[in-house]
Design a protein around this ligand. Structure first.
Ligand SMILES: C[S@@+](CC[C@H](N)C(=O)[O-])C[C@H]1O[C@@H](n2cnc3c(N)ncnc32)[C@H](O)[C@@H]1O
Length: 211
């Protein structure tokens, strides 16, 4: 469980969170360019932070909804979107909000899933993501990799930024979590940058909902 107010401090000013970047991450741009997402489809980003990825997808013609539990992050995301001509439906909500959605073409969370450390909660979350997707819907997870030594070893490790445990899943743990509802289409180990100069190992796992 995160200490109360941890994200309020991290999002105390616009653009200063260690994971906030003005440009979308290369791997997400590559996925969009690959043509593997339904063009102009309905997209949901869970835990969108300051909205860089959601706004990028809107700029590529997708109909995007996005939420985050941090009020400050969503305020900044709305400001970021207002400086573009791209529309995103930004809301403040926690991850359980995904249960309110249906018939989506693509759901993604970028550096969120590892925040859920309880096994039952992780499974319920993945089940809700699957339920919110249309037949043939796609899901992308980018989350800390437990197959690399980084900020310690083992499944539960606490990054200094938040000083609370995060779930560092191995590829095998990710597959056990995902495969009842999803077929994995692409899996790769990437690094995600974090200010000032970190590169954190993460699994990028793109999947199709099973019919
Ligand atoms: C590491 S940040 C990543 C943010 C964004 N995806 C990005 O890459 O910039 C994790 C995000 O999860 C949000 N968050 C934490 N717990 C959450 C929850 N239970 N439901 C929804 N969002 C949550 C935080 O406010 C934060 O914006």
């Amino acid at each position: 469980m995160d200490a109360p107010g941890v994200y309020k401090d991290i999002y105390s000013s616009m653009g200063s969170a260690p994971w906030t970047y003005a440009e979308p991450h290369t791997e997400l741009v590559q996925l969009v360019n690959s043509g593997n997402l339904r063009s102009e489809g309905k997209v949901l980003e869970i835990a969108c932070g300051e909205g860089t990825h959601a706004i990028f997808l809107a700029s590529r013609g997708f109909k995007v909804s996005a939420f985050d539990s941090s009020t400050n992050a969503i305020d900044y995301a709305k400001i970021n979107a207002s400086s573009t001509e791209h529309l995103v439906d930004f809301t403040v909500a926690d991850h359980k909000k995904v249960s309110d959605f249906r018939d989506l073409d693509f759901i993604f969370d970028w550096r969120f899933l590892h925040i859920l450390t309880d096994e039952t909660e992780r499974q319920q979350y993945i089940d809700s993501v699957a339920q919110a997707l249309a037949p043939n819907g796609k899901y992308l997870s980018v989350a800390f990799s437990g197959d690399k030594e980084y900020w310690g070893t083992g499944t539960l490790r606490s990054p200094p930024t938040v000083n609370a445990p995060r779930y560092w899943a191995t590829l095998s743990q990710m597959k056990t979590l995902l495969t009842p509802k999803f077929e994995v289409v692409e899996e790769k180990l990437i690094t995600t940058p974090q200010k000032p100069d970190l590169e954190i190992p993460c699994y990028f796992i793109f999947c199709n909902k099973r019919s």
